[in-house]
Design a protein around this ligand. Structure first.
Ligand code: ZN
Length: 271
């Protein structure tokens, strides 16, 4: 067994068109102990009300998606928005806020990295006081111009080290990192900083870069190898299934969650 299903979480992006109530109810009925909420999906637009829903179902928040977007915007805006996101993570009881760091567009990579480092540095203390860790999520390079100037695990690890704060680490998303020829050594190098794992498969062909991700087992990523390496390197936190896929979104929520659980049972080797 790679990992117990006790560590399984469903990232809310997997059920984008469902309500949070539907997702939480489906997870409870499948015995899935956690979800990763997205900020635009709060019950009554409130992190506190969302926490009440989670508590009433015995489901916890594994992380909050998302903060970040430090590039190409006034520093004050990203500071305010990220402080709110940190406070919401604390209200939800989520240990980690996932950071999508912002694109390269207009700035060039060097300036983008500079803005990202400054942006994270400006919120580190607030996050520490709130008891929230910040996870830099490296994205697939195809998103460099629209979502994240951080495109490899090695780059994310370097930024984490440059920041040098105990509450800053990174999130490993299989969809974003699987192609990296240095993945094994990068995973080893990042081992002390992994705060979260996102699981999605790479479909062939991939026709929708953002919302054409595969459920585990439907694509070509050796998910078992990546998860085994992460666990061998010491990771024992949540494993979130995060599948942005329009066909999955069109299916009934209960069926998707049951499918996710069965695929992860097979992948993790939990009986
Ligand atoms: Zn992710």
């Amino acid at each position: 067994m790679i990992m117990s299903l006790d560590r399984l979480s469903v990232n809310q992006a997997t059920t984008e068109t469902a309500t949070t109530r539907e997702l939480v109810a489906a997870c409870r009925s499948q015995g899935i102990p956690a979800i990763a909420p997205w900020r635009h999906q709060y019950v009554g637009e409130s992190a506190e009300l969302t926490r009440e829903l989670l508590d009433s179902h015995g489901v916890v928040a594994s992380s909050l998606c998302r903060g970040g977007f430090f590039t190409n915007r006034p520093a004050a805006d990203s500071f305010d928005d990220n402080r709110h996101a940190i406070d919401e993570a604390a209200a939800l009881g989520a240990p980690t806020l996932v950071l999508v760091c912002g694109p390269v567009t207009d700035t060039g990579l060097v300036e983008a990295e500079h803005q990202i480092l400054e942006g994270i540095a400006s919120i580190v203390d607030h996050a520490a006081q709130a008891g929230v860790a910040l996870a830099i999520e490296p994205f697939h390079p195809m998103f460099a111009a629209e979502r994240s100037a951080v495109v490899t695990l090695a780059q994310a690890t370097r930024l984490v080290r440059q920041l040098g704060a105990t509450n800053v680490g990174l999130a490993v998303d299989t969809y974003h990192v699987w192609w990296d020829p240095n993945l094994e050594s990068s995973l080893a190098d990042a081992a002390d900083y992994v705060l979260g794992i996102h699981v999605a498969d790479w479909l062939v062909p991939t026709t929708d870069l953002l919302a054409g991700r595969g459920l585990p087992g439907d694509g070509i990523i050796d998910l078992s190898a990546i998860l085994t390496t992460l666990v061998k390197n010491g990771y024992d936190g949540w494993v979130e299934v995060e599948v942005l896929n329009r066909e999955v979104w069109a299916r009934p929520t209960d069926a998707v969650i049951a499918d996710v659980r069965e695929r992860m049972r097979l992948l993790l080797g939990d009986s």
